[in-house]
Design a protein around this ligand. Structure first.
Ligand SMILES: [Zn+2]
Ligand SMILES: [Zn+2]
Length: 349
């Protein structure tokens, strides 16, 4: 079968991958579509160290092909979206509703694939850039059949992360003020999360003025090309500032823009080891800085919730997909993403 393989030096689309049969508690999914996310490219450029060879891709949707023993929540033919969270479901963190904090969910990459007799690693417990992948049952979430799979594919990373950061982590309330720094794939989802939460003022900040129209489409009430104008719009500061770029000077600006009791939510990923600073005394007014992993999501709850909001027209998915590419055109998809031509490119199988 076909897949996008990174061998440590180069990325290529190969057609001789194999995937093993599902074991107990596992599901084989025939991938229909998978979004190209920055994290896939971070594996290639070394920002995210990962063992090789590895099949890339981590936000996908498709059809259940086969289920292993003990899997009863989905069956062959179901349309599903995949999460990257291979949480165990039985530890204390899972049981208290924090599957993103499950210690068994990260840092233990499997090797369900093979090529030429050699085992191949799975990226993010997912590897959606393959015709078929095998994942844990907990990662497979059924979605209504009328949602285009190329749009549903984006739920599993960008939407869970961005909308989840607003609803689950920041818990933005009706009437709150929100600033979103950076309007890429995550930032746009933070904007629409803030709209769903009924925030009053939603200020998008992006250095690229061409992003204004899409930012407003996703929920921004105001658009600025730098944080300098925020105080004119929100003289006492913002209740929530989301940093979605991953630059330490913007982390500092996020903290400086907070109103009393405000919170800065850090979603961008600066290089490992990067440090940011802030004025300690400024925090005394009940301010907080929040980390956020994967939108603090509970995928079996959140993915159906977002699918429902999409069907009601309240969550935009189709508008996130600026271009689809047959998987063979992976290189063109990467070039378009790196040139900033697309909000999200989606590979199809
Ligand atoms: Zn991603
Ligand atoms: Zn667990």
């Amino acid at each position: 079968m076909r897949g996008v393989l990174f061998d440590g030096k180069r990325v290529e689309v190969v057609d001789d991958l194999e995937v093993r049969e599902p074991g107990p508690g596992e599901v084989v999914v025939a991938i229909a579509a998978a979004g190209l996310c920055h994290s896939d490219l971070s594996v290639v450029d070394g920002t995210i160290p990962f063992p090789v060879p590895v099949v890339l891709g981590h936000e996908g949707a498709g059809l259940v092909e086969a289920v292993g023993a003990g899997v009863s929540h989905v069956s062959a033919g179901d349309h599903v979206a995949l999460s990257t969270l291979a949480n165990c479901g039985t530890c204390a963190e899972c049981d208290r509703g924090r599957p993103t904090m499950c210690r068994k969910a990260i840092g233990r990459p499997g090797q369900p694939f093979a090529r030429g007799g050699r085992p191949v690693f799975q990226f993010a417990s997912n590897s959606a850039f393959a015709e078929r992948t095998v994942v844990k049952a907990v990662q497979v979430v059924r979605i209504p059949q009328d949602i285009p799979l190329s749009s549903a594919a984006l739920i599993g990373c960008g939407v869970l992360t961005g909308v989840g950061a607003v609803l689950n982590r920041a818990k933005v309330e009706y009437g709150d003020s929100v600033v979103v720094i950076g309007t890429g794939g995550i930032g746009l989802n933070v904007l629409q999360g803030a709209r769903i939460a009924a925030a009053s003022r939603i200020v998008a900040v992006d250095a690229n003025p061409a992003k204004e129209a899409v930012a407003r489409q996703f929920g921004a009430t105001d658009f600025l090309t730098s944080t300098e104008g925020v105080r004119e719009l929100l003289p006492t500061g913002a209740d929530h500032v989301f940093e979605c770029v991953g630059r330490v000077e913007l982390v500092r600006q996020a903290v400086d823009l907070l109103d009393r009791h405000g919170q800065a939510v850090l979603l961008g990923t600066p290089p490992a080891g990067a440090e940011a600073s802030f004025v300690v005394a400024s925090m005394f007014l009940d301010k907080s800085i929040l980390g956020c992993r994967y939108g603090s999501s509970r995928p079996q709850r959140d993915i159906p919730l977002y699918a429902g909001l999409y069907r009601e027209g309240r969550l935009l998915l189709d508008e996130l997909v600026t271009q689809t590419y047959p998987v063979e055109e992976f290189e063109r998809a990467v070039a378009d993403a790196e040139a900033g031509k697309v909000a999200r490119g989606v590979l199809t199988f």
